[in-house]
Design a protein around this ligand. Structure first.
Ligand SMILES: *[C@@H]1O[C@H](CO)[C@@H](O)[C@H](O)[C@H]1NC(C)=O
Ligand SMILES: *[C@@H]1O[C@H](CO)[C@@H](O)[C@H](O)[C@H]1NC(C)=O
Ligand SMILES: *[C@@H]1O[C@H](CO)[C@@H](O)[C@H](O)[C@H]1NC(C)=O
Ligand SMILES: *[C@@H]1O[C@H](CO)[C@@H](O)[C@H](O)[C@H]1NC(C)=O
Length: 390
């Protein structure tokens, strides 16, 4: 009898432990009326959940939440899920409301985090008109929509980012982070609204994203390692970009990037690798693999650009790169452009099965290569790098 009782008691205890605790932001005063500032309510719900020693859910019911710049910060005691499936967050439209320049919604120092749903509307229209990055070379005066900094073993699924003032998403110092079914959208003419930027992170897996922006679709900065980009659709925008790399002295290399089964439509570039002239580090990027990619009306579908290298001082070496089964249409005649550095030619490049059609009146698609001798296999159109120019 006693042992049965203990068993039942144990079962209740174990059951309780598995049950996540709910923290509903409405209980913390969120109005979700599209007028009141709900920042404090959300921050307070987070604070409580973060203290919980059991796994917790922050429930954000359907509605429109006005939110100022907010930092959702760990470390927390146990895994946390934010359930924001039908919630819409609206940023202040006026850029002067942002004192801290880094981000509007910042998630930082969290292990075991799950974000489900949520539309993050950056209301960027006023900011785009004030954007002077091109003139000043500095874009730090506008906030990034959603920042993930030091997030590990985590999942972001079904979230949407709209009309960011600057980049939509910045993934920095993250480890083992999966991003599934992300939707990103900003007009083609909005400046510097990169979709997902990744830097100094390891083990990032982006699948089934749909990204329409005025700048890069996904951009990989220094220290991006073991990144998988799969079944992502891009366009309009500038395509998938590795770099620019080598702009600063203390950069870490980019290693192990896979881009596969993606569709890129009406963009400036398809897949691009670019290094800057300074490029002080020896091996700047290696293990870059592009496979099964459809290009629709892309201006330059395949591009490696190390062209600008005054006095041949550039040491940046790009190695172990493959392009396999890249097909579709190119909007300009020059479909494949691989311009590697003279002092440090690209090493171990493989190209197989390329089929890019050009429908202009001045001839068929062409390629241009320098300081690279790729291994060529399969059907190649244009016949990439078979005529070499230095
Ligand atoms: C990666 O993160 C997921 C949670 O998203 C977790 O289930 C998995 O165990 C983690 N993998 C490693 C190797 O830590
Ligand atoms: C990325 O996630 C998908 C599921 O969304 C999974 O099938 C795939 O194996 C993952 N890839 C890597 C490299 O983790
Ligand atoms: C990826 O693309 C290849 C070639 O287009 C196709 O055969 C394969 O089924 C695709 N894989 C997935 C998981 O969609
Ligand atoms: C092809 O791309 C060009 C330049 O990006 C654009 O102007 C044009 O409208 C696109 N064509 C189609 C059919 O979408």
């Amino acid at each position: 009898m006693e042992s049965i009782c203990i068993c039942i008691l144990m079962a209740i205890l174990v059951g309780n432990q598995a049950q996540a605790v709910d923290f509903n932001v409405k209980k913390y005063g969120a109005k979700a009326d599209g007028k009141s500032d709900d920042s404090t309510a959300i921050a307070n719900a987070w604070k409580e959940a973060c203290k919980s020693t059991q796994a917790s859910n922050i429930v954000i019911p359907a509605g429109t939440y006005m939110v100022g710049p907010i930092k959702i910060q760990g470390p927390c005691q146990a895994p946390i899920t934010i359930q924001a499936n039908q919630a819409r967050f609206m940023a202040p439209a006026n850029p002067s409301k942002f004192k801290s320049q880094s981000g509007w919604f910042t998630f930082q120092s969290i292990n075991g985090f799950t974000l489900l749903g949520g539309t993050f509307d950056g209301q960027g229209e006023i900011a785009w008109k004030q954007n002077d990055c091109a003139k000043t070379g500095k874009c730090s005066s506008l906030p990034i929509n959603v920042v993930f900094n030091k997030i590990s073993n985590s999942l972001i699924r079904d979230m949407a980012s709209l009309d960011s003032k600057l980049f939509h998403m910045n993934v920095l110092n993250c480890k083992n982070l999966t991003l599934q079914r992300i939707k990103i959208s900003a007009p083609e003419e909005s400046l510097n609204t990169d979709g997902i930027h990744i830097g100094r992170s390891n083990g990032i897996n982006i699948t089934n994203a749909d990204i329409k922006t005025g700048d890069d679709c996904v951009s990989l900065g220094d220290g991006s390692q073991q990144v998988n980009i799969e079944k992502v659709t891009c366009g309009p925008g500038h395509g998938i970009a590795i770099g620019s790399l080598g702009r600063y002295n203390n950069e870490e290399p980019v290693i192990g990037i896979t881009v596969k089964n993606c569709t890129i439509t009406n963009t400036m570039n398809g897949v691009r690798v670019k290094t800057w002239p300074a490029s002080p580090s020896a091996s700047i990027a290696r293990g870059l693999h592009f496979q099964n990619i459809v290009m629709n009306n892309v201006s330059t579908p395949i591009l490696i650009d190390q062209e600008y290298c005054p006095y041949n001082q550039c040491q940046a070496e790009i190695s172990d790169v493959s392009f396999d089964n890249i097909r579709g249409t190119t909007a300009t005649q020059l479909a494949v452009k691989l311009k590697c550095s003279k002092g440090y030619p690209c090493k171990n490049v493989r190209i197989s099965n390329i089929n890019l059609a050009y429908h202009g009146s001045n001839g068929k698609a062409t390629s241009e290569c320098a300081n690279v001798k790729p291994k060529l296999t399969g059907h190649l159109f244009p016949p990439a790098c078979q005529v070499s120019s230095a």
